[in-house]
Write a protein that binds this ligand. Structure first.
Ligand SMILES: *Cc1c(COP(=O)(O)O)cnc(C)c1O
Length: 365
């Protein structure tokens, strides 16, 4: 085993459980799943596992991650989630089988790139149903653009339509807004005279509709990352308590203690601003035993929101490469060199897997 710290320890068995549970439940509602791996930095081991568990496509927001999957010999089809930039269009058809779109000029330019390469690429046109990130706001315009792709762009195949909710505007997917997407799909189908293969109803935030059996007929695809990778947000942040078939603790961060000492809890001297331009406030709790762990914001983003797995331990702060822990109340007698571990939220996972110097270890069958 790799003894380099900090490191991420990822439980393959728990991920397999979550992927299988989600895919099976979606299948029972007539929904196929694009396995989204961008939250875990596109780690190829996780992409492969998701595919083995039955993901219809593998999806990420970055072409570089798809290139890595291809290099690792992972089987597609692959889906690019972020609407492509003009600068990505030459690479896109070579790397991805599907991409999401919300701009007519980009679709025209992609068609030209595909024509030059003599290939056909599948596109999903996105509707904005209130979350206010990507997607057509004017649904008449959207239907026209879909017809233009179908009839005017020979090197693009209109695979379907989609929506994203719960990302920027935190808008909750409901039978009503899902129904609006189905209506758009039916309007496009009436104009082009054939069925669309994909009506993609969103991401993790749409899964509760499958869970509760309320997903409207006609939605046949979801793109799911977060809840499969961490199983935390829906159960903890949304308070859905009967989702215990998804296992938490799929990955943890382990780090080494490099200093252990009783120190004051209030800084001594005149205080200005910290390394990140903030003016912190401190509560004087007297002298307490604290540990320094060898990782920091550069590894996980915000350290204060990490969940300590060590009983009695709390995170009191940090800087780029240090995490400061209050360990006064820990039953275990900690020593320098001991390893402590933390459960992660989505943003921690995103930062940690995005670092090239983070050791990653897989455990579990
Ligand atoms: C990130 C993303 C997803 C997956 O989101 P999760 O919350 O991780 O399930 C799906 N679709 C699009 C367009 C995305 O950008």
């Amino acid at each position: 085993m790799d003894r380099k710290y900090p490191r991420l320890v990822i439980r393959r068995d728990k991920l397999r459980n979550n992927f299988t549970q989600i895919i099976t439940r979606c299948a029972a509602s007539g929904v196929s799943v694009a396995g989204v791996v961008k939250g875990a930095g596109g780690l190829p081991e996780i992409a492969r596992l998701y595919k083995e568990c039955g993901a219809e496509q593998l999806a990420t927001s970055r072409l570089e991650q798809i290139e890595r999957w291809r290099g690792a010999g992972i089987e597609g089809p692959f889906m690019l989630l972020r609407v492509p930039g003009m600068s990505e269009l030459a690479e896109l058809p070579r790397l991805a089988d599907y991409s999401l779109h919300s701009d007519l000029a980009t679709l025209d330019a992609l068609n030209s790139a595909c024509a030059e390469q003599g290939v056909t690429h599948r596109v999903i046109v996105m509707a904005d149903l209130g979350d206010l990130r990507e997607g057509f706001w004017d649904k008449t315009e959207m239907v026209e653009v879909c017809c233009h792709v179908e009839q005017g762009l020979d090197h693009l195949h209109l695979a379907g339509v989609g929506v994203n909710l719960g990302c920027y505007g935190a808008v909750k997917p409901t039978p009503e807004n899902m129904g609006q997407l189905v209506d758009i799909a039916r309007a496009v189908e009436a104009r082009i005279g054939r069925r669309l293969e994909i009506v993609s109803g969103g991401a993790t935030s749409s899964f509760p509709l499958v869970h509760s059996g309320a997903m409207p007929e006609g939605i046949n695809h979801l793109r799911i990352g977060e809840t499969a990778l961490l199983a935390k947000d829906l159960q903890v942040d949304w308070g859905i308590s009967d989702m215990d078939y998804l296992l938490r603790g799929t990955m943890r961060l382990e780090a080494e203690i490099i200093e252990l000492r009783k120190k004051p809890t209030h800084p001594v001297g005149e205080t200005v601003i910290d390394a990140f331009g903030n003016r912190p406030t401190f509560v004087d709790r007297g002298m307490r035993l604290r540990a320094l762990a060898a990782f920091g914001r550069a590894d996980v983003g915000q350290v204060e929101t990490l969940l300590c797995r060590e009983p009695g331990m709390t995170v009191i702060g940090g800087s780029s490469d240090h995490c400061i822990l209050d360990v006064e109340d820990c039953p275990r007698a900690l020593r320098v060199g001991d390893v402590v571990s933390f459960d992660l939220s989505y943003s921690h996972m995103l930062y940690a897997t995005g670092r090239t110097d983070m050791a990653v270890v897989f455990t579990g069958a």
